[in-house]
Design a binder for this molecule. Structure first.
Ligand SMILES: Cc1ncc(COP(=O)(O)O)c(C=O)c1O
Length: 446
């Protein structure tokens, strides 16, 4: 492959003096849970990050096209976020919600200001799984019903309840975890039964939600949970109108609608701040994690005061949720998104890249589909465009090739057939051109 120069950068990383990648791998094998998985035939060890770039232990720089799995929203070690964390780390690192603490209150006010409708009541937790677990609890308590409808091809976490609503066999252990959870068709225009050419696809896929309610539940449900664009599932964008129709069926059966914004929130989709807004709906409960903290362990459940009131029936407590340091970080992240117009940047660069991906699709037959919104873009590989047999091997090899060329990418989809590009939202046009050139080279080298 011919080398492609990364955009120039003034930053020089500190020389790495820690343990070698080989010894870290040996320690990991000996002491860390074997369930953890690594990308790449030769694992990469990231030792420094600056905005949209990271460096490995050898000093090689990469464009971080996956953002630590859609988590670095505003850039690695963004100075405004680092300063906020440092200030708070010096004063008070922890208190808990049993005492008053200014950061959590000020942050909740700012986060609520970003939400539409009556979604103004925030509960902070530490991870997306925890947020979704709490959202499911609230939906069940508020509705008085038990059954929850989720979607095939969904990922909502690895906890007991969130593994149940997740619908990729590879993430589901063989233990009882799906009681009360039912999965409707994934509204997946490329692979599903209603394609891009069907203007009614949104409504038709939503009809399956109604069928699942009618056939598999008592007719009353606690709620519905869906990502606004399926993330782990390979950046699957729902057809227009899907959530509107699905929400109508759920609400008619007494349920609440939960939007999992763990990957799609905070301006990443470009046209809107929240992914659900691209479908013109207002959920009853919204869960967020990943990009909310730009790498800090922070997550949240936002709902209406009326629904949130169900939590006051009993004692519910979370040791770290709303911790003063992560609250300072979360507020700083919101400020950066506003001050640096990162939503608009996601839209401009996302559109530019998507147009480039369409050109790559026209050139390379292994690409079956390109899709996405803003800086959440997927490239699905196939062995054959007619049969759509998943191109898992091609996808894996392109990810390997891109790494060699200085670009980190993610994989998604049931078979690992889809490349996921979700970089920090501050990337530049030069990064976009680098990405497209690397992909062209990496795919051409198959
Ligand atoms: C859409 C979505 N929801 C929930 C989760 C779970 O979040 P966490 O890994 O923080 O528990 C993830 C994680 O990848 C996710 O992508």
């Amino acid at each position: 492959m011919k080398p492609i120069p990364l955009p120039p950068l003034a930053h020089t990383p500190a020389p790495y003096t820690g343990p070698s990648a080989e010894s870290v791998l040996a320690l990991r094998k000996k002491y860390l849970n074997p369930g953890l998985f690594l990308y790449y035939k030769k694992p990469i060890m990231i030792v420094e990050g600056k905005m949209q770039y990271v460096w490995d232990d050898t000093g090689k720089r990469y464009l971080d096209g996956l953002g630590g799995i859609v988590t670095i929203s505003v850039g690695h070690c963004h100075p405004h976020v680092v300063a906020a964390a440092n200030r708070q780390n010096e004063i008070l690192q922890h208190s808990t919600t049993i005492y008053l603490q200014p950061n959590v209150a000020l942050y909740a006010e700012k986060l609520a200001s970003k939400m539409p409708g009556d979604l103004k009541c925030v509960y902070f937790v530490n991870s997306g799984s925890e947020a979704n677990d709490l959202a499911l609890l609230m939906a069940r308590l508020y509705s008085g019903n038990y059954d929850v409808i989720a979607l095939r091809n969904a990922y909502h976490g690895g906890g007991a309840s969130t593994m149940g609503v997740t619908a990729h066999g590879s993430w589901k252990f063989n233990v009882p975890q799906s009681f009360g959870f039912h999965h409707a068709l994934a509204p997946y225009p490329y692979r599903g039964i209603y394609g891009y050419d069907d203007p009614e696809a949104g409504r038709k896929y939503a009809d399956d939600v109604k069928q699942v309610i009618d056939y598999t539940t008592p007719g009353k449900v606690a709620g519905f949970i869906a990502e606004s664009i399926q993330g782990v599932g390979g950046f699957v964008v729902f057809p227009d109108g899907y959530l509107k129709h699905a929400y109508a069926h759920i609400r008619a059966a007494g349920g609440l609608c939960i939007a999992d914004e763990v990957q799609t929130g905070f301006g990443r989709t470009g046209t809107h701040y929240w992914g659900f807004e691209t479908q013109d709906v207002i959920p009853d409960i919204v869960t967020m994690a990943k990009g909310i903290g730009n790498g800090a362990p922070l997550a949240a459940v936002v709902t209406t005061p009326q629904i949130a009131a169900v939590m006051a029936q009993k004692v519910h407590f979370n040791t770290f949720g709303g911790n003063p340091v992560v609250s300072a970080i979360g507020k700083a992240v919101l400020e950066v998104i506003d001050n640096e117009n990162l939503q608009a940047n996601s839209l401009r660069l996302g559109n530019h890249i998507l147009a480039g991906l369409e050109r790559l699709k026209a050139k390379h037959k292994v690409i079956g589909d390109v899709r996405g919104k803003g800086l959440m873009l997927g490239i699905e590989f196939v062995k054959d465009r007619a049969t759509k047999e998943p191109g898992k091997e091609a996808c894996a090899q392109v990810v390997e090739n891109a790494r060699e060329l200085g670009l980190l990418l993610g994989k998604g989809g049931l078979w690992g057939q889809t490349i996921r590009f979700a970089p920090p939202m501050n990337i530049t046009m030069a990064d976009a051109e680098f990405l497209l050139a690397v992909l062209d080279e990496a795919i051409g080298a198959l």
